[in-house]
Design a protein around this ligand. Structure first.
Ligand SMILES: Nc1ncnc2c1ncn2[C@@H]1O[C@H](COP(=O)(O)OP(=O)(O)OP(=O)(O)O)[C@@H](O)[C@H]1O
Length: 259
């Protein structure tokens, strides 16, 4: 199977997320220490990290669900721990979070699942506008035919796609993908990687893709950062990070089959 490394984006210096000198501990247990990471407009940045290294903590800090102990976290021009709760709610609409388990409502059809965030957050839209958004998003993820199905009737890969469509329907500027290929076979995983790239191209999103899947990292990441030893190390293109002979990169190879 061909795995083509994604190229870096053209030099874009506009930061949509800036994390600088971030520290976060729970009691004496330090999760992030002097961690710095930037997400540039229009790029897909992959964060590779083993289980328990702080990836969920990172996401929760970005969307303001957890407060950093110290350090700067600026998202779309907002210092996350300084803004009001109302401003935080508004910011969260601009940052879409695609959950690892897709988080679909099992008792709702695909259509109802997609309508849900719009009906809740976009009361200005007419029924017709909601319908056409749902149709567009289903088309974007290649699943128009599933509109009246229940989540239980979908495959794992289809559920991930619907989860992505439901996040995208609010047209976020930033997408946060949490282990998008977890639990999928390699072929379905490649389809999801392609979808992540299609979303970037079609909706001009900037994205953080959290994964330990090297194929996903290689195919979707304009840049890659490894979360090891409490900070983001070895940031660069996939080849820069993995052709460096760095022993910190080795454990990721041990869990994956590409070379
Ligand atoms: N609210 C909390 N209170 C105490 N410890 C926490 C809290 N949230 C996270 N931790 C600890 O912080 C560390 C990082 O957790 P986190 O959930 O970010 O890991 P992760 O990299 O997302 O792992 P996984 O890939 O398994 O989901 C873990 O040791 C976890 O136990």
């Amino acid at each position: 199977m061909d795995i083509i490394a994604k190229k870096p984006t053209d030099t874009n210096t506009e930061k949509v997320i800036e994390i600088k000198g971030l520290n976060k501990a729970f009691g004496n247990y330090v999760v992030l220490e002097n961690a710095s990471l930037d997400l540039y407009k229009g790029e897909n940045l992959v964060v590779l990290g083993k289980s328990g290294t702080g990836k969920s903590v990172l996401i929760k800090i970005i969307i303001g669900l957890l407060k950093p102990d110290s350090g700067l976290v600026n998202v779309l021009g907002n210092v996350v721990d300084e803004i009001s709760y109302q401003e935080l709610l508004a910011l969260r609409l601009r940052v879409g979070f695609s959950f690892q388990n897709s988080a679909l409502y099992d008792s709702m059809t695909v259509k109802e699942n997609l309508e849900f965030p719009l009906v809740r957050n976009r009361k200005d839209l007419s029924k017709q506008e909601v319908n056409s958004s749902v149709e567009e998003m289903l088309d974007a993820v290649g699943l128009s035919q599933t509109i009246n199905q229940m989540p239980s009737e979908l495959s794992g890969g289809q559920r991930k796609r619907i989860g992505i469509a439901r996040t995208l329907i609010l047209r976020p500027e930033i997408m946060l993908y949490d282990e998008p290929t977890a639990g999928l076979d390699p072929i379905t995983s490649k389809d999801i990687n392609k979808l992540i790239n299609d979303v970037q191209e079609r909706y001009h999103t900037s994205a953080i893709v959290i994964t330990h899947d090297l194929t996903c990292a290689k195919e979707t990441g304009n840049r890659v950062a490894m979360l090891v030893d409490r900070s983001f190390e070895r940031q660069g293109t996939f080849d820069q990070v993995f052709n460096s002979g760095d022993i910190k990169a080795q454990p990721f190879f041990d869990y994956n089959f590409i070379q």
